[in-house]
Design a protein around this ligand. Structure first.
Ligand code: CP
Length: 315
């Protein structure tokens, strides 16, 4: 169905991404408004979440909308056998926008096809996490002053990591050089490497993860090895500690190199790194609020001009 859903970031142009960054910047300046008064946002989380759900809900609340939804599918009629289509049809009767995380790849696309209410994909299996990518782009822009011509190192679980898959597709507009660092078992899938080739995106693959490997990085994007995606826990045990970032590995890092991580982390970034100037992951998570305010407004047809002309700011 034709609506303003955000299923994947891949379809967004460079101009659209920069437009959303501009809108997020307006919200960073003034996050508290009533521009969404009278609207209802539904958050349907079929998979666990801390940041994505709470920042989407905070985003809606700070803009004056009301929020309904669930954080745990066990409390829904899905446990009685209700199918996703029926759940989406029901919630469409109640809400103006639906923010959904689901364990199945393609679930957000499917939901967007059975309703005219905009769906925002808050993560579908190992596929895409477009709102994370918006906050990642906002954070990269904020920390580097640009999105173009950056060396971006992606480390950890590149096979199941939906955040890195989304990032690749969005960064195609900005002439990045990617470096993929992952164990063989969690390497970037051929599909995405093929995508890079087709899009003219440079990429290099590394097995080493040392002070020298990362010396040229502008952005070091760490990811968690996702236990929940493994059917065989022995396989998880084999790779879970493959690439851990230690403080002494930052010795040759560029002065403005920033470490990002979608979070949650387990042990892949040593805690002693948190107080270095390279640690930027908590600011990144904070930026999720502003990026998601922009995405909710965009899904509801509120433009950057509307936001700039908004007179409902609460000081
Ligand atoms: N980054 C992210 O998606 O975090 P949550 O799983 O806590 O939402």
């Amino acid at each position: 169905m034709d609506n303003r859903s955000l299923v994947s970031i891949a379809g967004h142009s460079r101009e659209k991404l920069l437009y959303l960054i501009d809108m997020a910047r307006e919200f960073e300046a003034h996050p508290n408004r009533k521009i969404l008064e009278g609207k209802i946002a539904a958050t349907l989380f079929f998979e666990p979440s801390t940041r994505t759900r709470l920042s989407f809900e905070t985003a809606a609340n700070r803009l004056g909308a009301k929020v309904i939804g669930f954080a745990d599918p066990k409390v829904t009629s899905g446990t009685k056998g209700e199918i996703l289509k029926d759940t989406i049809m029901m919630v469409s009767n109640y809400a103006d926008v639906i923010i959904m995380r689901h364990y199945l790849e393609g679930a957000a696309k499917y939901a967007s096809e059975v309703t005219t209410v905009p769906i925002i994909n808050a993560g579908d299996g190992a596929n895409q996490h477009p709102s994370q990518t918006m906050l990642d782009l906002y954070t990269i822009y904020q920390s580097q002053g640009r999105l173009d011509d950056l060396n971006i190192y992606l480390v950890g679980d590149l096979k199941y990591g939906r955040t890195v898959h989304s990032m690749l597709t969005a960064m195609r507009h900005f002439n990045p050089t990617f470096h993929f660092i992952a164990p063989d078992e969690l390497a970037m899938p051929e599909y995405y490497k093929q995508y890079c080739t087709e899009q003219g995106i440079r990429y290099y693959e590394h097995k080493d993860f040392t002070v020298d490997t990362i010396a040229d990085a502008d952005i070091l994007y760490m990811t968690r090895v996702q236990k929940e995606r493994f059917s065989d826990l022995m396989e998880y045990e084999k790779v879970k500690d493959a690439y851990l970032l230690k403080r002494d590995m930052l010795a040759k890092a560029r002065p403005n190199m920033k470490i990002l991580h979608p979070l949650p982390r387990v042990n892949e970034i040593e805690y002693s790194i948190d107080d270095t100037p390279h640690a930027y992951y908590f600011q990144q998570a904070k930026n999720g609020l502003y990026a998601r305010q922009a995405l909710i407004c965009d899904a509801l047809g509120i433009s950057l001009e509307d936001v700039r002309n908004d007179k409902t700011i609460i000081p």
